[in-house]
Every structure is written in C-alpha cells, then in structure tokens.
Design a binder for this molecule. Structure first.
Ligand code: ZN
Length: 499
C-alpha cells in the first residue's frame, strides 16, 4: 500500500522573467486616478540624502528602481522613481515626517512576494524598502522570544533560531524572500498555522512608525500583557496603510526533531473531511500541516516538474505533516492514524516519508502548484475561507461555469485552516470568462459567510470586494481609523480601502 518514494527530481525554473515587459501599468490596468500628492523635487532628494548616510541607501537610477516597481506575479507595475532603504527606526521616522509635511506618498516594499499588489507603487510613490532593516536583536531561548527588525527574511530568522533550537511559528513557500514585516503587514498564514495559530497570537509586540513620523512602541516581551487596548493588532494585516512596522517581538516554539509526511489519495471529498477529523483526533498536538490538493492541481504540478505522482490517480490528495521531539511517540501515533483510516477505507492509497529528501519531494508537489499554474498565459487565483462542508463546492461550480473555456480550474490549500486557493488558468482571459467568474466567486463566498481574502490580503487588487466580507459599518470604522492615523493618506495609497 505505501510505496517507496522516487528520489528527488530536478525542478524546472520559473518562467516569469520573459513576461515582465508585457506588464501593463497598474493605473491603466485598474483605471486608477492619481491623488493630489506632491511630486518629488531635488530638495526632497537632498533631504533624504541627509537622513540616509550611505550612498546605497538611495536608488534613483531607473535600472536600479525597475525591480521595485513590479510584482513577482506580474499583476501590477508602478512608476516609482525613488527607492529609500532605511537601516534604523529613526531614519524611517525622519523620512515619514518629511513625506507627511510635504504630502509625498509612500509605498512600503518588503520581499515582493505578495499576490495582491500591496507593496508596489501605482504612480510615483516613494518606495520605502525595508531590506536593510535586517538586524536580529534578541533570541531568548528561555522565554522563546525573538526580537528583530522588520526587514529580516523569514528563512534567515529560521536558520538563526535553529542554532538555539527554536523555530519560527510560521512557514511559507516564499520564506527565502519574504520579510517578517511583510508577513505581519499582510497577516500571512502559511503551512504551520494549524499547529501554531496566526500572527495575532504569536506576535507579542511590535514597533511602528506612524504617517507623521511618530514612533509607537508596542513591543512586549511577555505572553501576557493586558494593559489597555491591544494596538499591535491594528498593524497586523493593515498592509502598510496605518504605519510602517519597524521591529517585531514574536513567540517562537522550540525546535522539533522528528518529522513525518503523509501523501494520501482519497476517493471523495467526504473522505477528505473524515481524514482531517481523524488526523486531529489521532495525531493531536503533533499535527503541523494539513493540506488538500485536487487531481488537476497535482496533474499540472507533476507535468511542470517533469516528475511523476507518488501514488496513482485520485480525485483528492492530502499532505499531512507531523513534527515532534520523540520519534517512537510520533511514529506510533502516525501508524495508529494510518491503520485507522486505511482499515476503514477512508484513505485509499498513500506514501509515508520520514527522510528529508523524500519529505522535500512531497512538499514540492504542494508548494510548486502556484508556479505550475502561473506558467499559463493567464491565471486567476482566489484565496478564500469557506466552511469545510462546502469547502470544495466552489471548484466544482466554477468548473461547470468556465471549465470548457479554460485549461485549468483547480483547488488546493490549507484545509486545516478552511482556506482554499481556487485557481483558474488558460491561454486567453476573454470578457466572457471574466463575466462568468467575477463577481460570482465573491457572491458565493458571501452567501457562505466566508472570507474573500483568507491570507493574502486586499492590496491593490481587492478593495472593491472588501464589502463581500465586511459590513458597511465595519468599513466605515476602518476608514475613520485610517483618517485619524494618516490624515494626509500618504501611506500605501490606493490599497485596502476605497477612499
Ligand atoms: Zn496559502
């Protein structure tokens, strides 16, 4: 039943670069009109040079700034001409104070792994790149707390933590590029959320600079701190519209030393749900990830990777990971879970890996799905939270609506968190296809009281859909908060809210 895995394959390179020149400007693509912000003048550049001591902290050459004006997924392209790279909170504060006085708009740039265009300028906003704010300040193994600047790359943090036998509570496919500040700003979810919860729980404190340059210290080194309003939550998920996150204190779990990955084949969605339920009951605290992959997602990915599926054809696959600290204990639990689901016919086939290279290969089958589908000429992705009972219905319905007009309609994602990534891809995105998809997907989600953005954020692409998941009253309050904290609207304009 449980096959031996084939060795790791060589993975084909992503093919995005060749399309870069074709990205239309965001302002044209999305019909956005420039707000009456000031334009950068020579005197502003001189002032930025006086704030930022090193030459490499300011980029003005179009060849150097071009990469800060387009996103990885080629949805958006801006016209920013100035990139500033502060190293300290004080420098961020000086920059913001000046920009606020001058009414100069700012776009905040992290690792450029966002998928909603939240970190790319639309017009000539000044680009504030956080990449040099990459200092790790404290790793305290006793309290389990990491304190660092917000430009630290997630994977680098993970490496440093491992030297003290700790890990980050979040893990993403983009960990080699994404920055912790961007993770907070977008409230990124990822593949460990089922185990460690989201950033609203694991972030103990943060420091942010407000639009007028005021630094607000919300750092805390304690799990418990009930002193007044929990303002840190306002910045988590605010996508740079309320302030610039400059430092972070985050609770980190201790290192796990044992790992099991199961790649399972299932004959029905009902079996998927049962498997998830049993995994929670029988794997308990060692369950770290619970992912769903449908047949089409796997087919596209194995073709893209020029590999083969580790098991034969099924309508659904699940990738489950457990991590722990005692091998026998974990193995026993995993075996008892497998015995249970196989004996009852819930799981029909699968592979079980505990060696790093085999585990890596199985995870690639999940993590490379986005790259595989993005190699099509058009690709629309929807990041939805939906009730588990109806979780996969959106894929079935969309397949019926547009399957005959497109190449790919697939669903995959974090079933452990009720978060599905619906993806529709093909050769040409016609008006007919668009009308069949949008706003149907959002209306479907609203009917089920789901979320139109489970983990990617709103960014530039989704402000008009915010009302599908938030009431008018809630949006009004958000706008009032934005007006109070950034009255000139200089922070990440055109994003999140339509104001
Ligand atoms: Zn995801």
């Amino acid at each position: 039943m449980f096959n031996k895995l084939i060795p790791c394959m060589r993975y084909s390179k992503l093919l995005f670069e060749r399309h870069l020149h074709q990205i239309p400007l965001s302002k044209d693509r999305y019909g956005i009109i420039r707000k009456p912000f000031a334009k950068t003048m020579d005197s502003d550049i001189q002032l930025f040079k006086s704030i930022l001591p090193d030459k490499n902290q300011i980029l003005l050459d179009p060849q150097d700034t071009v990469g800060y004006n387009r996103d990885y997924f080629r949805y958006v392209r801006g016209l920013g001409t100035v990139v500033l790279k502060p190293r300290t909170t004080k420098e961020v504060s000086h920059i913001l104070r000046h920009c606020n006085n001058r009414r100069l708009a700012i776009s905040i740039f992290g690792g450029n792994t966002g998928v909603c265009g939240g970190s790319i300028p639309v017009f000539d906003e000044i680009i504030l790149s956080m990449e040099l704010m990459n200092k790790i300040e404290v790793i305290d193994e006793y309290s389990g707390i990491l304190v660092c600047q917000s430009g630290c790359v997630l994977e680098k943090l993970e490496e440093k933590l491992l030297s003290k036998r700790m890990i980050m509570p979040l893990d993403l496919g983009s960990k080699g590029s994404c920055q912790i500040g961007g993770n907070l700003a977008t409230n990124a979810g990822g593949i460990r959320l089922v185990r460690y919860g989201n950033l609203h729980g694991t972030v103990l404190g943060l420091e942010a600079v407000l639009a007028n340059g005021t630094t607000i210290d919300l750092m805390s080194n304690f799990q418990k701190d009930n002193t007044g309003y929990h303002l840190k939550h306002m910045f988590i998920g605010s996508e740079g519209t309320l302030g610039v996150i400059t430092r972070v204190a985050i609770a980190c779990p201790t290192e796990t030393t044992t790992q099991n990955v199961l790649f399972l084949g299932l004959r029905s969605y009902e079996a998927v749900l049962q498997t998830f339920l049993e995994s929670k009951k029988r794997l308990g605290e060692i369950l770290t990830s619970c992912e769903l992959i449908d047949r089409v997602s796997l087919e596209v990915t194995v073709n893209h990777l020029k590999t083969a599926s580790p098991i034969k054809d099924f309508p659904f696959y699940m990738l489950l990971e457990t991590t722990g600290i005692q091998k026998e204990h974990d193995d026993e639990k995993v075996q008892s879970f497998l015995d249970y689901v196989i004996e009852r016919g819930i799981v029909s086939d699968g592979v079980h890996a505990c060696e790093p290279s085999k585990i890596d290969h199985l995870w690639k089958l999940r993590e490379m799905i986005p790259a595989a589908v993005y190699s099509n000429r058009f690709c629309l992705t929807y990041d939805l939270s939906l009730p588990l009972k109806e979780f996969y219905d959106i894929v079935t319905v969309m397949r019926r609506r547009v399957g005959h007009l497109t190449k790919i309609v697939c669903g995959f994602g974090h079933i452990g968190d009720s978060n599905i990534h619906l993806t529709i891809a093909g050769d040409e995105l016609t008006g007919e296809i668009q009308l069949l998809i949008d706003p149907f997907v959002y209306e479907f989600t609203r009917k089920l009281k789901g979320s139109v953005s489970a983990e990617h954020g709103i960014g530039l692409l989704k402000p008009k859909y915010l009302n599908y998941s938030k009431s008018t009253e809630a949006i009004t309050l958000m706008k009032q908060i934005k007006m109070m904290m950034d009255p000139n609207g200089i922070l990440n304009p055109y994003k999140v809210l339509q104001i």
